[in-house]
Design a protein around this ligand. Structure first.
Ligand SMILES: Nc1ncnc2c1ncn2[C@@H]1O[C@H](COP(=O)(O)OP(=O)(O)OP(=O)(O)O)[C@@H](O)[C@H]1O
Length: 639
């Protein structure tokens, strides 16, 4: 490679000496040997260990040594390294180009949405995870790549998660393609489980220490607290630039104005958020005169992979805007929420990169300990409509044609020995309402007909009764007419059910029934329902209305008048949330609070829920369960 043979500049050797001190260099030989012997390698390293800048260069060195001739169609082989954020992809590639003593866009380049800074010469390309997905749509085998490095995999962005799934398949068809998955420490176990038997290399340590400081008391207004911390740092700390994390554009612009009005031209204040034009974003890297302190006020786009030379202080109020999806209303929103411990560590890691640093956390150590270890993966917080379209474009054919809740209910139904019944209920839930309710005189007759199918425990079981009755009456249209049942809806339910049966058999999911006379016949069905729809539960409050019981977001709701229940049960699972004159929940079934504890303890973690009657009831169930577990443990020991 001519790039390797050329005479390097003095700057190259100066940087090389610094690079060699980075913790990953100690593991260079081990890493390259492992990569040689394996198709997939996991690398876990602390922030600042040198993963993002060094590993792709190690990989490139190996690729060039092993493949002296060019790649497909005479083009050069590529090493690709993904980044969840475009600012990082751009700035890291620039740094790497500098480290390799080449012009950006030539041997080292980057591709982000609306900007491709790479050429036919490019052999190492940094790109956003979204861009690699797009490339995979055009070329599912990613033919030009020899090695793909997925960086910051612990962030679990939607695109990286999809790539993890896609690449697992691609690697089978392309035995010569290799994959390196890099992550910060926390999620390592999950990746290890996902890629069974794959070697894991751990890189501890960072170049410079970062001192972490907490507040003694919680702050009432994090914005004001952030601004006054910046001013305090400026007044009392030695020279060094500051990076402040806030949640959005408006807040950032507001903070910038306030800091300037207090400190004037003793400081240079620079905002950073995703909607800022790229040229303005680059301003964070502009050097300032030694006497002027730079203060960068940013969203969490500066949280990972960025090295901004000169940053000594990080101010972290502990919040960010996070995407949240409400499946009931099908609305995706951005909500200011507490960050996770992993994010807090990444933020602190922005200091101490080129010299020792300090991180001011504007919350107590206790609050830090109570934060989630890791944010929920984006795929769990997103509207999946787009994702499904992306998968289709990627050529994935066997998508499961169901809501995740329904799919889960079907998959677990054999555990409750009732997959036949759950199949029928799923089919009924997938077609239009089967009950016809004409206006005028016939309405009473229609209601009476409906009540003949009613099950006291709820609407799902009522739907099951209708389905069974339709089959017993040989799918007869006259019978439907007489019973005010929508014949076409019933015929579609039968065909949906047949389709679902085929899918179940393809996945080898057992078809079984509890036997109609079994004492637990309905209980099992209700439990299986809950196992799928555990996020759609409401609790009857003493005031007489229901409150949806969900993480951070309760809503007052009412049972839809169409329900078949003969009483108001304490807990219900529901299928739909409808806004009309009031907030209604429709298609509801009676469940028991203690089942929540059995069926979805991972979701019903009490710490996540606001104080409410429902929470107290659930607390009791947890206590009871603990006691009974202790008792059976004692009995076992006594035996
Ligand atoms: N633009 C730069 N200017 C000066 N030093 C840099 C620059 N980029 C990287 N470095 C040096 O290289 C170190 C490692 O950076 P790198 O981005 O590879 O770390 P990392 O382990 O991937 O961290 P993270 O997990 O936070 O992305 C930095 O801490 C810093 O010392």
């Amino acid at each position: 490679m001519d790039m390797m043979k050329k005479a390097y500049s003095a700057r190259y050797f100066e940087i090389l000496e610094k690079r060699k001190n980075l913790p990953v260099w100690v593991h260079k030989e081990e890493f390259l040997q492992t990569l040689k012997e394996n198709q997939i390698v996991l690398l876990v390293g602390e922030t600042g260990s040198g993963k993002t800048t060094q590993i792709p260069q190690f990989v490139l060195e190996a690729v060039l040594n092993e493949n002296p001739s060019s790649g497909p169609k005479g083009k050069k082989w590529l090493v690709g390294c993904t980044q969840p954020r475009r600012v990082a992809a751009m700035s890291v590639s620039r740094r790497v180009a500098e480290e390799m003593d080449v012009e950006i866009g030539e041997e080292v380049g980057y591709t982000v949405r609306f900007e491709d800074c790479s050429s036919s010469k490019t052999v190492l390309k940094y790109l956003t995870d979204g861009m690699l997905l797009r490339e995979a749509m055009a070329d599912p085998l990613l033919g030009r790549y020899k090695v793909i490095v997925l960086d910051e995999a612990h962030e679990r962005t939607l695109a990286t998660d999809l790539l993890l799934g896609l690449l697992k398949q691609t690697l089978i068809s392309r035995p010569d393609l290799k994959l390196v998955v890099m992550s910060a420490t926390l999620e390592a176990d999950k990746f290890h489980k996902y890629f069974i038997g794959v070697p894991l290399i751990k890189v501890p340590g960072r170049l410079h220490p970062v001192e972490i400081l907490y507040t003694r008391e919680p702050e009432r207004d994090y914005l004001e607290a952030a601004i006054s911390t910046v001013i305090q740092i400026h007044m009392s700390e030695p020279p060094g630039d500051v990076l402040v994390f806030l949640t959005g554009e408006e807040e950032i612009e507001d903070a910038c104005r306030k800091i300037v009005s207090k400190l004037g031209d003793q400081v240079k204040v620079v905002p950073l958020y995703s909607t800022l034009p790229p040229a303005m974003q680059q301003k964070i890297f502009d050097p300032t005169p030694q006497t002027v302190r730079k203060i960068i006020v940013s969203t969490n786009i500066a949280e990972t992979s960025l090295t901004i030379d000169g940053i000594v202080y990080v101010v972290d109020p502990g919040f960010s805007k996070q995407k949240l999806y409400h499946p009931d209303t099908r609305v995706e929103s951005l909500l200011v929420s507490p960050i996770s411990q992993a994010s807090a560590d990444q933020r602190a890691g922005r200091a101490g990169r080129t010299q020792p640093g300090k991180c001011f956390r504007l919350y107590t150590q206790k609050s830090f300990n109570e934060l989630e270890k890791q944010s929920y993966a984006e795929i769990l917080r997103s509207n999946l409509a787009n994702t499904v379209l992306t998968l289709k474009r990627l050529g994935v054919k066997n998508l499961f044609p169901l809501d995740p809740q329904m799919a889960k209910m079907l998959i677990v139904s054999p555990q409750f020995n009732c997959s036949n019944e759950i199949l029928s209920i799923s089919a009924m839930l997938s077609v239009p309402n089967c009950f016809i309710r004409p206006r005028g005189e016939a309405q009473k007759a229609a209601d009476e007909a409906k009540s003949s199918f009613a099950h006291i425990d709820g609407d799902h079981l009522t739907l099951l009764n209708v389905f069974h009755a339709f089959l017993q009456n040989n799918q007869d249209s006259d019978w439907c007419y007489e019973k005010f049942i929508n014949y076409r809806a019933m015929k579609s339910a039968v065909s949906v059910r047949e389709q679902l049966v085929r899918i179940m058999s393809r996945f080898q999911i057992k078809l079984c029934s509890p036997g109609f006379n079994s004492r637990d016949y309905y209980v099992n069905i209700r439990k299986a329902l809950l196992a799928g729809y555990f996020m759609q539960v409401a609790h009857l409050e003493r005031t007489g209305h229901y409150l949806t019981f969900r993480d951070k977001d309760d809503q007052v709701v009412h049972l839809h008048p169409s329900n078949c229940l003969d009483h108001k049960p304490e807990w219900v699972v529901y299928n739909e949330y409808v806004f009309t004159s009031r907030n209604f929940i429709r298609t509801v079934t009676h469940i028991r609070g203690e089942w929540l504890v059995d069926v979805a303890p991972h979701y019903y973690k009490l710490a996540n829920f606001p104080n409410s009657e429902a929470k107290r009831v659930l607390q009791k169930h947890y206590k009871k369960r603990k006691l009974s577990e202790e008792r059976s443990c004692k009995l076992y020991l006594l035996r």
